[in-house]
Structures are given as C-alpha cells and as structure tokens.
Design a protein around this ligand. Structure first.
Ligand SMILES: *[C@@H]1O[C@H](CO)[C@@H](O)[C@H](O)[C@H]1NC(C)=O
Ligand SMILES: *[C@@H]1O[C@H](CO)[C@@H](O)[C@H](O)[C@H]1NC(C)=O
Length: 216
C-alpha cells in the first residue's frame, strides 16, 4: 500500500514538473509590475513599489494595425513593454494583421512557443524543424495553430481579403528575430563574403538584397 502511494506521489510530482515547464522562469511573488525607469538589471524588470489596474490593462489590440508596408503585415505586441503587470508572469499576446497577399516573413521567437487563433480571413502558415521538415497548413477563421519555440515560421495571406490573428506566447517578451533582416540589415552589416558563401551567390545579389532590406 505504502509502495503504491509512493509510486503515485512520484507520478503526480512528475506530472507537475511537466506542466510547470515554461519558457520564462517561475514567479516568486504575486506580482512584480515592471519599473521601466529603473536602471537595475535583473532577468526581466525590477518591480515598481506601487501599482494599480492600469499596469494590467491594454486596449491596443482592439483595432487592426496598419498593413500599408512592404510586407503587407503588422504585428502589434501586447507584451511586458506595453503591459508592465506582465513582468515575471511568463505570458503575452500579439495581434497580427495581414493585407490581401500580406506576409509575416520567416522569423523565430527565441524565448517562446506561439499559438495563433485566427480572428478573420485565411492564412497559409508553416514552421521548419531543425531536421529541415516544413510543417504547413492553411488555416481559417476560428482555427488555432502552434509554432514551437525557437523554430523558423511564417504566415502568408493568400486571400483577397484582410486577415488577422491573436497570437499567445509563453514569455512576457518572446523576442523576434526576422531571418532576412537579421542577415541582410544588421548594424554593422554581416560581411558580404560571409553571405556570398552562405547563399552561394555573388556580391551583386547580396548587395541587391541588402539595399532592398535597408531600414527606411
Ligand atoms: C494609476 O496610477 C497612475 C500613476 O502612477 C495614474 O496616472 C493612473 O491614473 C492610475 N490609474 C488608475 C486606474 O487608478
Ligand atoms: C499608411 O497609412 C497611414 C494612414 O492611412 C499613413 O499615415 C501612413 O503614412 C501610411 N504609411 C505608408 C508607409 O504608406
């Protein structure tokens, strides 16, 4: 009997460990509202001594973001930089809007898995595993799709009407590294000889891409 109880307790403990695995570290107090004016460097942000409901509120996802840019898409974050109360809580959201044919170009979130819920329209989405396998699907209003932490992924609106999703992240600040701009629009630039060898093309092609992706 005692043996069985011990086995069950170990199983329950293991289940809890599995459930509590999250991208951000666990919290050590009820709240730690981010003090963005503090110069104190910690893993996250220092806590404000006083706070109120405004620190836990954001209405910036209510309306579509402007998609009149080169990619035809706009990510509007609702992370700890917008909602100080998210500090240490390990979650955040974004709203992503897509013009017809708009693309959220290949990128990764180094600190979070992403789950999207389609508000409007239809999207062709996909991620690529470290084994080089593309996992892709067409998703529509009401559908949910998951992009595992750290893997390169994208969303493309191949429809003739606008699309929008709400994205949830298991990090207060997932971070975004866009593949093309990381390699071709960094400051200082990645040397041409690195990129010509990587992509097996000439300097002219690399310079062309760099000029197209240069910050405007
Ligand atoms: C919260 O406090 C700030 C000042 O720190 C104030 O500007 C704001 O109006 C307060 N909000 C509420 C809902 O009390
Ligand atoms: C996008 O549209 C907004 C408002 O319609 C305008 O203010 C802005 O200048 C436009 N941006 C570009 C890049 O055209």
């Amino acid at each position: 009997m005692a043996k069985l109880t011990a086995v069950m307790m170990i199983m329950v403990a293991l289940a809890f460990i599995c459930i509590s695995v999250s991208a951000d570290p666990d919290l050590l107090q009820d709240v730690c509202v981010a003090d963005s004016s503090s110069g104190v460097k910690v893993n996250g942000f220092a806590c404000k001594p006083t706070f109120n409901s405004s620190d836990f509120f954001f209405d910036g996802l209510a309306n579509p973001g402007l998609t009149n840019n080169t990619m035809g898409s706009k990510v509007t974050p609702a992370n700890v930089e917008k909602i100080p109360g998210l500090n240490t809580l390990g979650v955040s959201l974004s709203r992503i809007d897509y013009a017809p044919k708009g693309l959220n170009p290949p990128h990764t979130h180094p600190r979070a898995t992403e789950v999207v819920f389609v508000l409007e329209g239809e999207l062709d989405v996909g991620f690529i595993t470290t084994a080089g396998v593309l996992v892709s699907k067409s998703i529509k209003k009401g559908d949910v799709f998951v992009f595992p932490r750290g893997l390169v992924h994208f969303q493309k609106n191949n429809g003739d009407v606008s699309a929008a999703v709400i994205a949830a992240f298991n990090s207060q600040l997932p971070g975004t590294q866009s593949i093309a701009t990381t390699l071709f629009a960094s400051t200082p630039p990645v040397p041409d000889h690195v990129l010509t060898m990587t992509f097996q093309v000439g300097t002219k092609e690399i310079e062309k891409i760099k000029s197209r992706l240069a910050p405007k």
